[in-house]
Design a protein around this ligand. Structure first.
Ligand SMILES: Nc1ncnc2c1ncn2[C@@H]1O[C@H](COP(=O)(O)OP(=O)(O)OP(=O)(O)O)[C@@H](O)[C@H]1O
Ligand SMILES: [Mg+2]
Length: 497
């Protein structure tokens, strides 16, 4: 230092780079948890901008001419399904038979969902090979979407359940061998348990990635001979709640035999899909507010019911059951009280099977078939239910067993967090200490607030305000995206050259 230099000493604390503070860490943790909470904003970005991109570069693409169509195996309102094979198979091509669906405009949604599932949870659904939009003849017509899967096997769960031999006709398929037990309730129960476990695993994986199937029924569950497991098919009515695709399928008539009473996966207050950025940003909140996955759980509960009760396996008996349950205000216990005294042998057999081991089967069923979505169990919590405890590891892979143990240990279910958020909202909208219970809140969502109740009116205002904010955000984003709103994601669907 030279003589005459002036030394300035700041009185401010010196900046020493990044300072870690407790509130800062909590905020960062909260942000990270939010980004990773179901349906997963952060994994969604990674999937869309990294995995999807890499996959497109690496996977082979196909054209119409590459396939030879075989016999028709299904025809729905929106597509025809054929067995198919490759015209000129190469060593790198998928081995064995294929299934090809020619679909109308909803094929685009189905391609999107199948590609998402292939990247996130391939073993839950039929093995998807490729999907594209066919080239139009001189630009005429609307064009068809072609979707190709590996042929998983001949039988859907519906086909298997139609047989008088069910569930014994599934035993060697899933367990590899006949159990060392005499024919009877216990043996049947083990087979049903194993099927339910496989179905719930598949469903949980779909839900964890933010996809709700909305058309869960035995006809849409195929037995995969290769992996010896049941897999989910037909994602044409599914909704991807990470980005809001197919939130409301416009013309889809959901199958009334298996749909949950609410009909919609989201509250009717937010009926239309928000634009993609809003849907993505709000997806963890919307998921926890609406619990859309519980829609599929109700359908899965009906499948469980049909597996347990031979007399409820036909369409007409299921329709009759639905009517009776509605009359009992969707209370399964009161349905039981009504029908059990005059039950025939088939019906009694169902009750006996579910009553084994202290009635844990019945308990799980009642957790799945509940009128209110919030009172239904999630797929993850169902897997951790004691129903699957004894001998429970039959028919699962090593990794699935590990995951099952992990679920049991953690019971990872965000419903408690949701309750907490809703509780906070309730408290912030009331003057008195304590706020509302969840039951009261749910009630408030379902019915008009009564005049004269200041607590209820205050809370109703909070909920109205919250809906208004969501609506305003949506509308402004929609305005910005008007031109591209419905087609922004279709650039992800390959087209034939
Ligand atoms: N990957 C697959 N492997 C074997 N069979 C399959 C596969 N995918 C579909 N199928 C068969 O094709 C049928 C129809 O498939 P899907 O449910 O996807 O079409 P859909 O449009 O709903 O037609 P449908 O109304 O007949 O069910 C299924 O019930 C099943 O028998
Ligand atoms: Mg189908």
């Amino acid at each position: 230092m030279e003589c005459g230099d002036i030394i300035y000493r700041s009185t401010l604390p010196q900046q020493s780079g990044l300072t870690v503070t407790a509130p800062g860490v909590s905020l960062a943790l909260a942000a990270v948890s939010y980004l990773w909470a179901t349906p997963g904003v952060a994994p969604g970005f990674f999937d869309m901008f990294v995995l999807a991109f890499v996959e497109r570069r690496l996977r082979p693409s196909y054209r119409k001419e590459d396939f030879v169509l075989g016999k028709k195996i299904g025809e729905g309102a929106f597509g025809v399904v054929y067995k198919a094979s490759l015209a000129k198979p190469k060593p790198s091509n998928p081995k064995g038979d294929l299934v090809l669906k020619k679909a109308t405009e909803y094929g685009a949604v189905e391609i999107w969902m199948n590609e998402r599932v292939r990247r996130a949870c391939a073993s839950s659904c039929a093995d998807f090979v490729y999907g594209f939009r066919e080239s139009l003849l001189k630009g005429k017509g609307r064009g068809e979407y072609w979707l190709i899967w590996r042929f998983e096997g001949e039988d859907t769960l519906y086909d298997l359940m139609k047989s008088k031999e069910f569930p014994y006709n599934v035993e060697t398929k899933i367990l590899g061998e006949v159990q060392d037990l005499p024919k009877g309730l216990e043996r049947e129960n083990k087979i049903v348990q194993t099927i339910m476990k496989q179905l719930l695993f598949a469903l949980d994986s779909l839900h964890s990635t933010g996809i709700v199937h909305r058309d869960i029924k035995p006809q849409n569950i195929i037995f995969s001979e290769g992996s010896r497991t049941f897999k989910i098919i037909d994602l044409g009515a599914a909704a991807d709640l990470r980005v809001g695709i197919n939130y409301i399928p416009k013309e889809f008539l959901l199958d009334p035999r298996y749909t949950a009473p609410e009909q919609y996966i989201m509250s009717t207050q937010t009926p239309s899909a928000p634009s993609a950025p809003v849907a993505t940003a709000l997806s963890p909140v919307l998921w926890q507010m609406n619990l859309p996955d519980r829609f599929d759980i109700y359908s899965m509960g009906l499948i469980f019911l049909q597996m347990a009760f031979p007399s409820l396996r036909t369409d007409s008996s299921l329709i009759q059951f639905n009517r009776q349950l509605k009359r009992c205000e969707y209370d399964l216990d009161s349905w039981r009280k009504t029908v059990e005294p005059r039950a025939n042998a088939d019906l009694r057999k169902g009750f006996e099977l579910l009553d084994l081991d202290g009635g844990i089967g019945w308990e799980l069923l009642t957790l799945m078939i509940q009128y209110k979505a919030r009172q239904r169990t999630s797929a993850k919590a169902a897997l951790a239910h004691p129903y699957f405890n004894q001998e429970g590891l039959l028919g699962l892979s090593y990794m699935q067993n590990l995951r099952l143990q992990w679920f049991r240990a953690t019971q990872k279910d965000y419903s408690d967090a949701a309750m907490w958020v809703i509780g906070l909202m309730a408290r912030s909208g009331t003057e008195s200490v304590g706020g509302f219970t969840e039951a009261q809140l749910q009630e408030l969502r379902d019915i008009q607030p009564k005049k004269g109740s200041s607590q209820r009116n205050a809370l109703a205002s909070v909920l109205r305000l919250q809906r208004k904010v969501t609506r305003t955000l949506n509308e402004s984003m929609n305005e910005l995206n008007r031109q591209t709103k419905n087609i922004w994601w279709s650039r992800w669907i390959p087209k034939e050259e």
